[in-house]
Structures are given as structure tokens and as C-alpha cells.
Write a protein that binds this ligand. Structure first.
Ligand code: COA
Length: 183
């Protein structure tokens, strides 16, 4: 496997309502704003406080480097030309668990099914390109993210105890979800 040879620098995924496409420099403000949200800061390992320099590095350095390496891609979630969140496929070809999907939405874009639509589409994209499985992990306390996984057609496989490490030194148990081509 696993998605080898795909040019991640140009890949876009379209759904009924969304465009998932590589980040651009003019997305920095949307990333900066979204990453101020307490839930994003709680559940995703980003620097806190999250600064413009962090958003710039994410958009202009880290994401392009990951794409060039073929290891993964961070994608802006766009609705009618507005960036409402971020999703990504990571660890491509690097881990037998399969490519990993992650996501966050700006608070104003929640409750509309965008995360589930995004995650379903990204899973279809990866499986369609030959991935044997895709997975995601969510803290067992993050009920919203687990609901996204189920709505996106993922099946819970189990719980990895003390898998997640947080900035404050605490740890969290992770619910593991996957989708297979046969699901
Ligand atoms: C996790 C997160 C992305 C979930 O966002 P969300 O908006 O609840 O997820 P969805 O986009 O799938 O929306 C689902 C909700 O929209 C509703 N909805 C409205 N229209 C819908 C539609 N057309 N299709 C599906 N759902 C729809 C659903 O009923 C559901 O509502 P519910 O919360 O009452 O069940 C968001 O809370 C977030 O960004 N959290 C912080 C970061 C984070 O935790 N990331 C994941 C780390 S593992």
C-alpha cells in the first residue's frame, strides 16, 4: 500500500457541500481563529497559546513538508468558498493501522454534519486509492468526535488505554475506529 505515488500536493476531494483542498497562505487567519477554540485546544495537540506564527508554520511549512514526503496531507474544509475547518490524512504507508484521519471544525460550523461528511469522503478517497483500512482515534471523553466517526461509517475496534498525551502531562484513553473497503 498505501496511496504510494499519489501527488498529495494537488489532491482535492469534493462532496455534496464541501471542498477539501490543500491549505494556502490566505487560510492563515481561518486556522488562527479556529485554533483559539477551547475544544480544539483540549482535544488536539497544538501549541497553546496558538499564535499567528503557529498558523503560518502549519500552512506554509509543516503541511507542505508532509505532502512532499508523501506521508500525509492537511486539507482545508471549504464551504461556499469559506474555510470552516481542517482535516487530514496522516501516517500514509508508515503504520500498519493504516492512514489516520483527523479533523476540527470552527465552532460556528458545527452541528451541520460537515465533519461526518468530510470524514466519510476522506475515507472513501483513501480506500479508493488502495488503502487496506483507515482509522481515527478519539479520546473516550470526546463524545462529539466519536459520533462523527460513527456517522462517517467507522466501526469502533477497541480502546487504547493511556494512548493520548496532553500538554498538562495528563493522559487519555483513545477509542479506535476504522473503516475497511468492505464496510
Ligand atoms: C468533533 C467536531 C469536529 C464535531 O463537530 P460536529 O459539528 O458535531 O460534527 P458533524 O459535522 O458531524 O455534525 C454532526 C451534527 O450535525 C447535525 N446535522 C445537521 N445537519 C446534518 C447533516 N446534513 N448531516 C449530518 N448531520 C447533520 C447532526 O444531527 C449532528 O448533531 P448532534 O451533535 O446533535 O448529533 C467538533 O466538535 C470539533 O471540532 N471539536 C474540537 C476538535 C476535535 O475534537 N477534533 C477531533 C479530535 S479526535
Amino acid at each position: 500500500m498505501d496511496l504510494g505515488g499519489i501527488d498529495l500536493t494537488t489532491e482535492v476531494v469534493r462532496t455534496d457541500r464541501l471542498l477539501l483542498r490543500p491549505f494556502r497562505e490566505d487560510d492563515v487567519e481561518a486556522v488562527l481563529a479556529g485554533c483559539q477554540d477551547p475544544d480544539v485546544q483540549r482535544w488536539i495537540n497544538i501549541p497553546v497559546p496558538y499564535t499567528r506564527a503557529d498558523a503560518l508554520a502549519y500552512v506554509l511549512e509543516d503541511s507542505p513538508a508532509e505532502r512532499r514526503a508523501g506521508a500525509g496531507t492537511n486539507l482545508a474544509i471549504e464551504v461556499d468558498g469559506t474555510v470552516v475547518g481542517s482535516t487530514g490524512v496522516h501516517r500514509i504507508g508508515q503504520h500498519p493501522m493504516g492512514p489516520e484521519i483527523g479533523y476540527w471544525l470552527a465552532p460556528s460550523a458545527r452541528g451541520r454534519g460537515y465533519a461526518a461528511e468530510t470524514t466519510h469522503a476522506l475515507a472513501e478517497w483513501a480506500l479508493g486509492l488502495g488503502a487496506h483500512r483507515v482509522y481515527l482515534v478519539a479520546d473516550v471523553r470526546n463524545t462529539g468526535s466519536q459520533a462523527v466517526a460513527r456517522r462517517a461509517g467507522f466501526t469502533q475496534e477497541g480502546v487504547l488505554r493511556s494512548y493520548l498525551a496532553y500538554r498538562d502531562g495528563s493522559r487519555g484513553d483513545a477509542a479506535v475506529f476504522s473503516r475497511l473497503p468492505t464496510d
